[in-house]
Write a protein that binds this ligand. Structure first.
Ligand SMILES: [Zn+2]
Length: 376
């Protein structure tokens, strides 16, 4: 049965429209217009925008994907993040044993076979990283890329596969092999020099994981991974805009240097997002939440408690990014990076993945494929 909504303000992924209407049928947008809608409608007060796409989600709603790599964990994470407007997510498995990697892949395959809403694929962040830039990843599991992991990454039943790796520890031939198999190779947790990063980009790497954090910095004689990322016009960068991971000025500079359309807001979220409580266990260590920050006992940042709606709000309010760019950095650009069909737009033929926001960018309603997944 079709459903028509009259919308006070609509952002269709390109521009804003006042007093629009939109009809959804069978999970898709089938008609769209201005002024008087053609039939009886439900009125939505606020701004309706394309649903957010988060390419880096470790946990949510109390679940940690590494802790329990199951389809049930993915469902809990999806429900937690839908409260903040996420309609598409990449469950992210950090550095772990081969067994956990396989369990995570099986869980994602199961979720996709069950048509769980919003599960776009899987992001393997590690284990082929630099020990020097490991952050909270466990050094014990950091290792070269063998045939066993290659077999997991190139499975055909996982949707979009992202692999974050350190190019100084993975030969360019393996990056080319992953890329040829359709894997989105991102660079991060790495101390690689500029030349090594450029060689990895030439081999097919197409993104950078949490730009600035856990990567070789930009300096005068050695532009590092940050310099290579900002200079390259083709690749995308994940940004954690939580006010703790990166200085606002560094983020502003990066967006200006590389262009907003190559930026993706990510949460790098941990279990506390969408849950009550201040501590959880990550790889056997207690992680504590203090305000908007998660820290390990040894002091390093351990992911974030950021959600996508807050990332959008921070981008507009703290970084001075335009509303249109902030919405696109949360939706259309990550969807383009993943190679999705009809990425991050609301137009005839698009999936009805959408979020209704109030004036303070808080989520009022969220739909995936036209089905309500959250109402405030
Ligand atoms: Zn990381």
């Amino acid at each position: 049965m079709s459903q028509t909504y009259q919308i006070a303000r609509l952002f269709n992924g390109e521009r804003f429209h006042q007093d629009a209407w939109l009809t959804i049928d069978n999970g898709k947008v089938v008609a769209l217009g201005h002024g008087q809608p053609p039939q009886q409608v439900q009125r939505l007060n606020g701004t309706l925008v394309p649903g957010f796409v988060d390419v880096q989600v470790n946990g949510g709603g109390g679940a940690l994907f590494n802790g329990a790599p199951t389809a049930a964990s993915i469902a809990t994470m999806g429900q937690a993040h839908a409260q903040f407007g996420t309609t598409g997510l990449m469950p992210t498995l950090i550095t772990d044993s081969l067994e956990v990697l396989r369990q995570g892949a099986d869980a994602v395959a199961q979720a996709r076979a069950d048509k769980m809403p919003g599960v776009l694929g899987v992001h393997f962040e590690g284990p082929h990283l630099s020990v020097a830039k490991k952050g909270v990843h466990s050094a014990e599991h950091i290792r070269p890329l063998s045939e066993a992991e290659m077999a997991v990454y190139t499975r055909a039943d996982l949707g979009v596969v992202m692999v974050t790796l350190a190019p100084e520890n993975v030969p360019a031939e393996q990056i080319a092999e992953l890329t040829a198999a359709g894997v989105r190779v991102c660079l991060g947790h790495s101390n690689a020099d500029f030349a090594t990063v450029q060689a990895a980009l030439e081999a097919g790497a197409c993104g950078f994981t949490h730009l600035f954090n856990a990567m070789s910095p930009f300096t005068s004689r050695e532009p590092g991974m940050v310099g290579a990322a900002l200079l390259d016009p083709h690749s995308w960068c994940g940004l954690i805009v939580d006010g703790h991971h990166v200085h606002d000025a560094s983020l502003q500079l990066a967006i200006r240097a590389k262009a907003p359309e190559k930026m993706m807001l990510v949460t790098d979220a941990m279990p506390p997002v969408g849950m009550v409580g201040d501590t959880f266990t990550l790889l056997g260590r207690e992680i504590r939440r203090e305000g908007g920050k998660l820290t390990a006992p040894t002091g390093e940042l351990a992911g974030s408690v950021l959600d996508m709606a807050t990332a959008v709000r921070n981008s507009v309010r703290q970084l001075g990014v335009s509303e249109a760019d902030a919405f696109r950095m949360a939706s259309r650009y990550p969807a383009e990076f993943l190679g999705l069909e009809h990425p991050g737009r609301l137009r005839v033929g698009s999936a009805a993945d959408m979020v209704l926001l109030d004036d303070d960018y808080h989520v009022v309603d969220c739909w995936i494929g036209g089905q309500s997944v959250f109402t405030k």
